[in-house]
Design a protein around this ligand. Structure first.
Ligand code: ADP
Ligand code: ADP
Ligand code: ZN
Length: 217
């Protein structure tokens, strides 16, 4: 049996940060729809051209598009022993589509981990976020700065700010989360899969709480 996980939580909750640690510990891949979409935007594929306009105004990319991406991604060999879904599902339709898809292949989700962070922290986390252009490592100008002179500690790559982490788009993304994604908390609560962790505090402490949930399943 694989280890199939969903990380839920608002933008800036720490999904990407925790997903990378889960990858290291459990040897399963991180499936981040945001990363896949940003890569498509960067290389200028038709998908990227379509997605860009939604992303830059803090809206969600249409369900059909994202569902298609995830189905393709989960078929790949590296997902046979499990995966961490980071940033998907983000709507009830996406969750329904995922459920039917996984039902067909007989490989259900083990846990949905909701990383809880109240709104007052999120704007600061998002506006201070920096990402390595080469390896994708995440930093925060105040909470987890790089050690050197503004370059990545892992690979020396350039750190940059995502276009959608500028303050006006951040506000919109948080509204989008409230309207379209937060209903998933109830959705997964009802299906009995929901586990919650407090997402405020030390990254290692939060990670430890997540591992306890996974190992105790
Ligand atoms: P964060 O983790 O900071 O919320 P992501 O990298 O997950 O940001 O997502 C960035 C943007 O990519 C979203 O604002 C949205 O436009 C798009 N996106 C990512 N995942 C999805 C999804 N599952 N459904 C629709 N749009 C998505
Ligand atoms: P998400 O993928 O949910 O949007 P990230 O993992 O990218 O969130 O984290 C958003 C920002 O907050 C990043 O700059 C990250 O370094 C920082 N961050 C993550 N976890 C914590 C934490 N526990 N305390 C303080 N800052 C954090
Ligand atoms: Zn790097």
């Amino acid at each position: 049996m694989g280890l199939n996980l969903i990380l839920l939580g608002p933008p800036g909750a720490g999904k990407g940060t925790q997903a990378k640690k889960l990858v290291e510990k459990y040897g399963i891949p991180q499936v981040s729809t945001g990363d896949i979409l940003r890569e498509a935007v960067k290389t200028g594929t038709p998908l990227g051209v379509e997605a860009k306009s939604y992303m830059n105004r803090g809206a969600l990319v249409p369900d059909e598009v994202v569902i298609g991406i995830v189905k393709e991604r989960l078929k790949r060999d590296d997902c046979t022993n499990g995966y961490v879904l980071d940033g998907f599902p983000r709507t009830i339709s996406q969750a329904d589509a995922l459920f039917s898809y996984l039902n067909e292949c007989g490989c259900p989700i083990n846990s949905v981990i909701d990383i809880r962070v109240s709104k007052e922290y999120l704007v600061k986390r998002l506006s201070g976020r920096r990402v390595c252009r080469s390896c994708g490592s995440g930093y925060h100008i105040e909470f987890s700065p790089s050690k050197g002179t503004g370059r990545c500690d892992n690979c020396g790559g350039e750190l940059f700010q995502r276009d959608d982490d500028r303050e006006d788009v951040v506000t919109k993304r948080l509204e989008t989360y409230e309207a379209q994604t937060s209903p998933l908390v109830d959705y997964y609560e009802k299906s009995g899969l929901l586990k919650t962790v407090n997402g405020v505090g030390d990254v290692e402490v939060i990670f430890n709480d997540i591992c306890k949930i996974i190992d105790g399943r």
